[in-house]
Design a protein around this ligand. Sequence first.
Ligand code: 4AD
Ligand code: MG
Length: 431
Amino acid sequence: MMHTTISEASRHIGQEVTIGAWMANKRSSGKIQFLELRDGTGFIQGVVLKNEVSEKDWAAAKALTQESSLYVTGAVREDKRSPYGFELTVTSIEPIQITHDYPIAPKKHGVEFLMDHRHLWLRSERQHAILRIRNEIIKATYDFFYEHGFIKIDPPILTGSSAEGSTDLFHTKYFERDAYLSQSGQLYMEAAAMAFGKVFSFGPTFRAEKSKTRRHLTEFWMIEPEMAFCDHEGNLKVQEQYVAYLVRKVLQNCGNELKVLERDTSKLEKIDAPFPRLSYDKAIDLLHEHGFRDIEWGDDFGSPHETAIAEHFDVPVFVTKYPAEVKAFYMKPVPGREEVVLCDDLLAPEGYGEVIGGSQRIDDFDLLKKRYEAHHLTDPSYKWYLELREYGSVPHAGFGLGLERVVAWICGLEHVREAIPFPRLLNRLYP
Ligand code: 4AD
Ligand code: MG
């Protein structure tokens, strides 16, 4: 018998095939059983007709419970009603394991219950769709940067100090010393850009922030490109092209998944570069015009502000040139206006907030040193970072894109916790 997968079934129309599968759900009415089968590559309906299978196979189908594993053999038929376009007319069933008391019933469960059973919840059609879209975004990321001449460089995860001068770090013992889990690979990526020109990283990032919002994870995945001989404007161009490319690839390759998620794809179809740019100054004016009386020039934006700004656009919007005070010490001041810096936050539409933070970096040794002192960053490990401005310093810029926030936006999710296989949150380290 020919072994195949559900995603390959379309190549075997009219043929009898065997598929290793799990039974996701079952309906039956007298002489017919409908098995909803999944094999990891997709979902397909298996139809078992009492009059056309042996008694043994009919009984085997009857005995299948939710999430029982089996080899199923049948003929592939085209079926316009199925979301996958195909159905399996079952001829025989070989159970592998009959499952008892699978904890997740097809009915609704609370989120905490589902999160406690994340190791099983991943099997559901919805989670399957989300993580396949995540996979598409990962693949598109590599494709985009390789096509544009970047090379991948992996910064360390264990570090001796804070990249951004923040205190929200996970601490660990490193033999007799202290170490921290990386909250950004940026400083290392700057070193890499001086060696390779255009580089990107893609790895886990850790933030010990006590934030309990729908946008915050304590462990998330960040893509951090860094480019030598690149200024603020060049940086924005790469960001908008990259984000538009991600959306386009998901639309092209994940139509079924978007359908399962009931995503309004008309909103995604509008996403194309260039994206609008709004200075921080103008964003403050816009907030004042829309009833945010409390915010003053110099304040950082919170989620409600970001959402209010993004509401004015149906594509992602860059907010640029924030006050130096609310941003990291390494950002280059705007020439002639030292109180603001050459940075950008990219805000996604539909209330998803900041998906990218980026900036042109200070390339002047003396200024960078001064900024350290102003920010009380006396950590000796910054010595190497300053040295990058001592030996062939060049204008350079880069950014960080949060993978889960982009997945949540493109999939239209309520919360980033569904955008990563095993989320790490303030109150969750299990499973
Ligand atoms: O704006 P952030 O903090 O920027 C940096 O870390 C820079 N060093 C990046 C760079 O220029 N190389 O973080 C970048 C992005 C945010 O825009 C957001 O999408 C995501 O990382 N992010 C988070 N995602 C999930 N949970 C969190 N707690 C996040 N914190 C940041
Ligand atoms: Mg940021």
